[in-house]
Design a binder for this molecule. Structure first.
Ligand SMILES: [Zn+2]
Length: 249
């Protein structure tokens, strides 16, 4: 429901302001009752290299009287992005710029990401990487591989420096990375599944971090009790370490 989406966007804005940011909202032309919430860490000059972190905050809402909570999809990604944003602002020990984009209308067709790509806070051409967090709080592919402390990283093999620094950050955080090429997903018809494709399609390096599908995907049973706090903390430590390493290059 649009009232719920507006309430979440307002909550995100409040949390970011409390962390010391000056968040802005960006309209989504195709979906007039949802917005993106954008917060910038670091220098404001146009030439600084930019890391963009995205996490969609929308989900399915209420369908025929049944609530779809979307705890893993994608409160998990929002929690990790917000946690890292708070930590960066508190410690201010990273020299580069990190733009946090909490996207709306992902489930309707990646519209929040498209809106940001059309009107980015800083030129997409200066974006080092877009790191998209979408479903990061469960065991890795619970219905099949079912591995703990593991994270998929779609698009990571496409860039040697991203891969090297990502693997170092993952090892330090106790996360096993499963790096999958974006081309592989295209071949099996699984592209355009999340916001990162909007940026990859425009030639911007983009990585989708995810623990993958689980039996509660897009079900009313995607509830907070099934999301692992330990996994969220690991992913946040990994992202924090990766961003620090990238900004230092
Ligand atoms: Zn999602």
């Amino acid at each position: 429901r649009s009232a719920d989406a507006r309430a979440v966007a307002a909550w995100l804005g409040d949390e970011l302001r409390q962390a010391g940011y000056a968040p802005t909202t960006l309209a989504i032309p195709e979906v007039d009752d949802q917005v993106d919430v954008v917060a910038v860490y670091g220098p404001r000059d146009d030439l600084a290299p930019t890391i963009v972190v995205t996490a969609h905050y929308d989900h399915l809402g209420e369908v025929d009287g049944t609530l779809y909570p979307g705890a893993d999809d994608n409160a998990s990604g929002v929690a990790v992005a917000l946690g890292v944003a708070r930590d960066l602002a508190a410690r201010r020990d990273v020299a580069g710029r990190v733009v946090f984009v909490f996207t709306g209308a992902e489930e309707l067709g990646l519209y929040g990401a498209r809106a940001y790509a059309e009107a980015p806070a800083y030129p997409l051409g200066q974006t080092r990487v877009v790191i998209n967090l979408d479903m990061v709080g469960r065991r890795f592919f619970e219905g099949t591989a079912d591995q703990d402390a593991t994270l998929g990283a779609v698009g990571l093999p496409g860039d040697a420096t991203l891969l090297e620094l990502g693997e170092a950050a993952a090892a330090a955080a106790g996360v096993a990375l499963v790096a999958v090429s974006a081309e592989l997903l295209t071949l099996v018809g699984e592209d355009w599944r999340s916001d990162d494709w909007v940026f990859r399609d425009r030639g911007v390096p983009a990585v989708h971090l995810s623990t993958g599908l689980n039996p509660d995907y897009h079900q009313p049973t995607d509830t907070p009790d099934r999301v692992s706090r330990a996994q969220l903390e690991r992913v946040a430590r990994f992202l924090r370490g990766w961003v620090s390493r990238l900004a230092a290059r």
